[in-house]
Design a protein around this ligand. Structure first.
Ligand SMILES: Nc1nc2c(c(=O)[nH]1)N[C@H]1C(S)=C(S)[C@@H](COP(=O)(O)O)O[C@H]1N2
Ligand SMILES: [Mo]
Length: 325
């Protein structure tokens, strides 16, 4: 049995191992399915099973690949991309989110868009999904820790949403607020970061065609540990800028305070563009380990300026990238 070590040193079984899975199910949906099940004669047990399956496995999502944004590097194995995760709300260990995020309820879910916009709105996730055509894009993801993956994401440019809410002249930055629910997220009891996990972009970065509002990966909806039901993917920046499980997007005048920058401003800058020429104070950023190539003889790869997305360079012309790291 899996044990989770408490700060007091007492090992407890993971809740997911002692509680039947259907207990986690989104209640409204469950009741609806039960009513339907009764009508068509399905047993309660069958319904619970089907529902449990829907929560844990692969609801398909269709999207058309956009060849302009599909790099040819070998894709990271699905298994690796979904079992080696940073999602501190579910624990700081890489293997933990895949287990403890099973409980995350991703319906009902809405994303509030507010601040310096003419048309503030609250989008139900199932409406947000349909706001623009879903595209598949294969992006490199470079974690600030020195590893990278290649992931086929599914989503549409954040710019599509920005267009709908009409930022006004005061909007200079965009703040991203993610879910912080103590009842569902065991990691929130830790003070490693400030919660909710906050991230931010300059308005032009948020509007850049590479910036993807992301709902799926590998042909299916995002697994919870990868940021279900909706996250950001900003491929030319270190991975922590790509905030998971968004609940609010705010258009603001000033550069927002972000979680990582707040805990260690000298280590995690607001921009955090991938830059092999600017080392992290505690390690080099010159190279990276591609997940899946980590055999004994595997060579590290050279990290690329802007993570290879050189088309973003003009947004930073004239800026001292050592200062604005
Ligand atoms: N809400 C939230 N978003 C987050 C994180 C987190 O801890 N919480 N970790 C970030 C980091 S450090 C990385 S590298 C990426 C990892 O995304 P992946 O697990 O889908 O590969 O998510 C980012 N988004
Ligand atoms: Mo990361």
């Amino acid at each position: 049995m899996l044990l989770t070590r408490r700060p007091n040193g007492i090992d407890l079984p993971f809740p997911s191992e002692i509680t039947p899975q259907h207990v986690y199910l989104q209640r409204r949906e469950f009741i609806q399915k039960m009513a339907l099940g009764a009508a068509i004669g399905g047993s309660l047990f069958e319904m619970a099973q089907r529902e449990a399956f829907a929560q844990t496995a692969s609801a398909k999502l269709s999207a058309k690949r956009n060849p302009a944004y599909a790099i040819s590097d070998k894709q990271t194995e699905f298994k690796d991309a979904t079992s080696y995760n940073n999602y501190y709300e579910f624990g700081t260990d890489k293997a933990e989110p895949a287990k403890s995020a099973k409980k995350l309820k991703t319906r009902p879910w809405s994303v509030v868009v507010e601040g310096e916009v003419n048309k503030p709105a609250r989008f139900d996730i199932d409406d947000l999904l349909k706001l623009a055509p879903m595209e598949e894009r294969i992006y490199r993801l470079r974690c600030v820790e020195g590893w990278s993956m290649v992931i086929p994401w599914m989503g549409f440019p954040l710019a599509e949403l920005i267009k709908k809410v009409e930022p006004n002249g005061n909007a200079k930055f965009v703040e991203f607020v993610t879910l912080a629910d103590k009842a569902q997220m065991p990691g929130l009891s830790s003070s490693v970061l400030r919660w909710p996990y906050l991230e931010g972009l300059r308005l032009d970065e948020a509007n850049h065609p590479l910036t993807l509002l992301t709902f799926g990966m590998y042909g299916q909806v995002l697994p919870n540990q990868n940021g279900a039901p909706v996250r950001l993917v900003v491929p030319w920046k270190y991975g922590f800028k790509s905030a998971k499980s968004l609940v609010k997007i705010r258009f603001v005048r000033e550069m927002p305070k972000t979680s990582w920058n707040a805990v260690a401003p000298d280590e995690y800058g607001f921009y955090s563009n991938v830059n092999p020429g600017v080392d992290h104070p505690r390690w080099s950023q010159a190279k990276e380990r591609r997940i899946g190539e980590d055999g004994f003889l595997a060579k590290k790869r050279k990290s690329l300026m802007w993570n290879g997305y050189t088309e973003v360079a003009s947004m930073y012309s004239g800026m001292d990238l050592k200062k604005f790291f």
